[in-house]
Design a protein around this ligand. Sequence first.
Ligand SMILES: Cc1cc2nc3c(=O)[nH]c(=O)nc-3n(C[C@H](O)[C@H](O)[C@H](O)COP(=O)(O)O)c2cc1C
Length: 459
Amino acid sequence: MAKRLILNGFVMNAVSHIHHGLWRREDTLQTRFNDLSTWVDLVKILEKAKFDALFSADIIGVDPAYKGSWDTYIEEAVQIPINDSGALIAALISSTENLGLTLTSSILQEHPFTFARRISTLDHLSKGRIGWNLVTSVSHNAAQNFGFDQIVPHDERYRWADEYADVVYKLWEGSWDEGAVIADKAGNRYADPAKIHRIHHQGERYKVLGPHLSQPSPQRVPLLFQAGASLAGRSFAARNAEGTYIVAQSPEGARRQIEETNRYLVQAGRRPGDLKFIQGMSFVVGSTEEEAARRARALAEDISTDGLLAHLSRDLGIDLGQLDPDRPVAELDIQGVQGVVRTFEDANPGVIPRVRDLGQVYANAGNIVGTPESIADRLELWQEAGIDGINVSYHRLPGSFVDFAEQVVPELQKRGLAQREYAPGTYREKLFGAGPRVNERHPAARYRGAFAKAPAAAE
Ligand SMILES: Cc1cc2nc3c(=O)[nH]c(=O)nc-3n(C[C@H](O)[C@H](O)[C@H](O)COP(=O)(O)O)c2cc1C
């Protein structure tokens, strides 16, 4: 019996997310991203097809990173305007019953105390369907919007992420013991003070006394995602994440990346299987190969190369609009997405990546054109390479998801590669089949009961 693939609808609360330029087409609703109905219709499509989750990416700054300005971003709506992903997720809770809802939040954008409470609130309201994509923000402007003159150096961002995660883990897992809530009306006791604790966090960046103000939500810790691709990023994901987003260029590249990350996972005291690998993909479906190819050509004509390069320039921290396309990437000082270079090297061993190769990494990684059957064949190869699931990105909204849901999902279901029904319980239970809480190997678990004897003298 084949193992099923995890299916995520991968979106951004913006006009243009990844496949830039396509918002101009007649057959897409991307310019209606401000309308709640656009997203409600989408989650209904996803839930009907038994997708696991809607995953909303997010960023918190715009940089003058392409051709020396931000004009391309503004003119081509490259991730600006962009609305908050967490607010969108909140608005979609009542339109869905089983769909996981993953928001993106940067360690820069919100103090961990308020963030932890907001997540607990959403996890309560959704009955445990919230996921969190933890990001460290690769943008200068993001840092400048939150009190810094420029981007915080790469590895320091991950040390910051370690502390941020530590604070929220303490609040979610350590502050309220199991059984703290008794809701005893007759006895006039809603909760037991002896089972609620301060966390006394004191670190490099945060000082948080606690207690957490929300009572424990179904999952306590939201399902945790992280898309680090650099060494520091993969190691952070291996320690903390339960799902990691990858953009390998080929099944072989994915296999190498997964094997390496799984080694970190074991070093971190966790087990292969504790971290799901979710590959970014897009699809152009046709009833014949020729029809699919024709559709792909039409999309390629509408894609904006400037838009793609602007997006990548921002992520790399390098203005590709001002560079010789034949220059080897190794000559550049990469502070941004080191992982982009690594994924190229993984997929093309021995090939020296050049500037012009980079645009394709985002545009073509995991793009499959074909019939439902040939798409399913290709997905089987990716699965054999070790991926657990896919992030389906769109060329048309919601058209790409409708095509996938109506044509590809039935073929995947026939092969046992996609679920026909949702498993009961929270997002974590649906994905891992175990309990609603992080397992005992996860770093958050060490805070269970950890503050029960915190000294009163610290008050
Ligand atoms: C599929 C995927 C989705 C991502 N989504 C976001 C996002 O929504 N916001 C963001 O700031 N970064 C996002 N990133 C960037 C990662 O969080 C991370 O910064 C990037 O992969 C670089 O990794 P590194 O920091 O380890 O070099 C995403 C990356 C991938 C692969």
